[in-house]
Design a protein around this ligand. Structure first.
Ligand SMILES: NC(=O)c1ccc[n+]([C@@H]2O[C@H](COP(=O)([O-])OP(=O)(O)OC[C@H]3O[C@@H](n4cnc5c(N)ncnc54)[C@H](O)[C@@H]3O)[C@@H](O)[C@H]2O)c1
Length: 252
């Protein structure tokens, strides 16, 4: 895969899918800015990459704060001169899984701020730089929940449908500017986000697995493979698309 020396920022890269993506892209010789709101986790991932001979820098940033997104992207440009790939992966789920009438305002505000507004902030600032340099590649981590309805999770569903919409609309705007924008839509994937969903509901694991024709959850490194392909020049004719990795869940 053609990723050598690409400068890549990954948000939410301190754990789960983001961490697996950072490790894989570094193995392919990209320089990875491992960004997360949790600086300790970001440092751990960056250290593991460096120990394995890769290039990584940890950077703490909360994607729901515009000034922190600006600082993340500006400092990357200052240090490395370019931003080739922006992976907008940071995301959270709601705390209370309740139907819409009972959905809390707190969950709504928090989930939309990170999953939707955060992706907008990152795309806005990254695109300003990508326009200046004349090339760019953005990968947004949406979800199967951004393509199909899901109950008891309205803010998450709204935010992920928004990520798919923003991906397609921005891809239309920037196709002629040598900037590609795609989304990856994972189904249920082992991570702390899924652990939180299953916490205290041991019955739910089996219920969810029944929805998956391949009869198992995905692994973060399986999602990372798709992100790596989109980040590489191997996918250079692809823009505005959603790549689904869900063990067949979306077939039914
Ligand atoms: N795990 C799944 O089943 C699944 C399915 C579909 C989509 N996704 C999406 O994949 C992405 C990664 O999630 P994951 O499953 O690896 O979960 P995860 O909880 O392991 O990772 C999410 C990371 O985002 C970071 N983060 C949270 N809020 C942040 C903020 N405001 N600013 C910066 N970083 C922040 C967290 O610290 C964490 O390191 C998310 O966008 C999630 O919605 C996950």
């Amino acid at each position: 895969m053609q990723l050598e020396n690409k400068v890549v920022i990954i948000t939410g890269a301190g754990s789960g899918i983001g961490a697996a993506t950072a490790i894989l892209l570094a193995k392919h010789k990209a320089l990875v800015i491992v960004s997360d709101i949790n600086s300790e986790n970001a440092e751990k991932v960056a250290d593991a990459i460096k120990k394995a001979g890769g290039k990584a820098i940890a950077f703490q940033a909360d994607v729901s704060r515009f000034e922190e997104v600006e600082s993340l992207i500006r400092s990357t440009i200052k240090e490395h001169g370019t931003l080739d790939v922006m992976v907008n992966n940071a995301g959270i789920g709601g705390k209370n899984l309740k139907k819409t009438a009972e959905h809390t305002l707190e969950d709504w505000d928090n989930v939309i701020a990170v999953n939707q507004t955060g992706v907008f902030y990152c795309m806005k600032v990254a695109l300003q730089q990508m326009m200046k340099q004349g090339h760019g590649n953005i990968i947004n981590i949406a979800s199967l929940a951004g393509l199909k309805p899901s109950g008891n999770n309205l803010s998450y569903s709204a935010s992920k449908f928004a990520v798919v919409g923003m991906t397609k609309s921005a891809a239309l705007e920037y196709g002629r500017k040598n900037i590609r924008i795609n989304a990856v839509c994972p189904g249920y994937t082992h991570s702390s986000l899924l652990d939180k969903l299953l916490a205290g509901r041991p019955d739910m694991e089996e219920t969810l697995k029944r929805l998956i024709p391949m009869d198992r959850f995905g692994e973060p490194d399986e999602i990372a493979e798709a992100v790596a392909w989109l980040a590489s020049d191997n996918s250079k004719y692809m823009t505005g698309q959603t790549l689904i990795l869900d063990g067949g869940t979306s077939l039914q």
